[in-house]
Design a protein around this ligand. Sequence first.
Ligand code: HEM
Length: 407
Amino acid sequence: GGAGLLGLGGGVVLGTGVALGTQRLLPDRPNPVEAARRAAVAAVAGDGRHQPGIAERAPAHLIFTAYDLISTEPTAVRSALAALLRTWTSASAVLMRGEPTAGAERDTAGLGPAALTVTVGLGASALRRAGLDTRIPGPLADIPALPGDRIDAARGGGDLAVQVCAEDPMVAYSAARQLRRIAAAYVQPRWVQRGFQRTAAGAADPDATPRNLMGQVDGTDNPRPGTAQFDLAVWAADGPAWMRGGTYVVCRRIRMLLDSWDRLTEAAQSEVIGRRKSDGAPLSAPPADQGGGETTAPDFAARTADGRPAIAVNAHIRLAHPQFHGGVAMFRRGYSYDDGLDATGEPDAGLFFQAYQADPRTAFVPVQRALAASDALSTFIRHTSNALFAIPPAPPPGGFLAQQLLD
Ligand code: HEM
């Protein structure tokens, strides 16, 4: 017990599985809130092949830090990279077990691992600075400038990246701080993005698709981890040995113009995406009371009674759907962000979009080109940063991340 009081399905549920009100939970029935609480404090083991922090359910807090190398001479850069990646590999394992690294602050005393994951990436610029230009994998080619971009270069790019995710904000901050501290001889931080989403313990169903700050169910038609479609879309199957079983993450800080979005009716908001805002069902689906729902497949040929496409020609899901991109999918695992107010007093909030794929040249880039050209959502968003990192596979026991690149 001990999960406290949480509203669930109209009844008030106690952490022990006793229910008050309309819904009665039998004592031996698994309590989803208690299960979520346990998941929220557990350690993530990883699968040994891929880095953690990608396929696991995204915990509530994100701290994504990009770094630039301090050395300028290629040989020094290569040895700095090897020393740093060795250090980060071993520190990540310690932190993910819920232990502090040597000399850490006492800030997480009394807290568990909180589903902490650490994910490390390399930018193409790191390889260039190390004199390894000829070994930059094709998929790590710089994302071209795209129509509509309003990119702030200081908020993007970077030689290295460390993504920390955790269910507890103290655990996340502490891990990000420790990983920064032990890297200080080799790199300096370039930009940091914090993100958030609903907590596992706060959700009635922690496995339900979460919503973004526009209120939409976001993540419905994502490849599902553990399926062949996911493996094909996300993990690099060929290319250099140091990246096989790895992936490439595109990060875009996308500001939402929430005040103008709020002025649309809910029906108009649903049209923009092509899905009902209420339950995430495609607009081609039958009403909820006739079985239409979030998992109903979209029918892009369907028409309304008055002959218009049920899913508009400029709807976000039509322009982004793999069906119109040669079947190529990507795995979206972004976080909401709230960076306060800008200089004019407008909210600076939105989506820190993160997409994992085996090759951005055939996934993110063509999809974003199509979206930039005609997406109805474009009026309400602004892409303000851009970064791309290679995420190597998990290191073998005793080895370190990207070791084969640096040996
Ligand atoms: C689908 C929102 C940016 C690619 C969706 C859905 C929503 C959504 C609500 C429908 C539910 C789902 O399947 O997840 C947003 C918002 C964005 C944004 C609010 C910006 C703030 C992007 C960007 C890309 C993208 C930049 C890629 C370049 C996709 C894809 C789908 C999708 C591939 C699935 C389409 C399908 O298979 O039906 N998005 N999106 N989105 N979005 Fe976005």
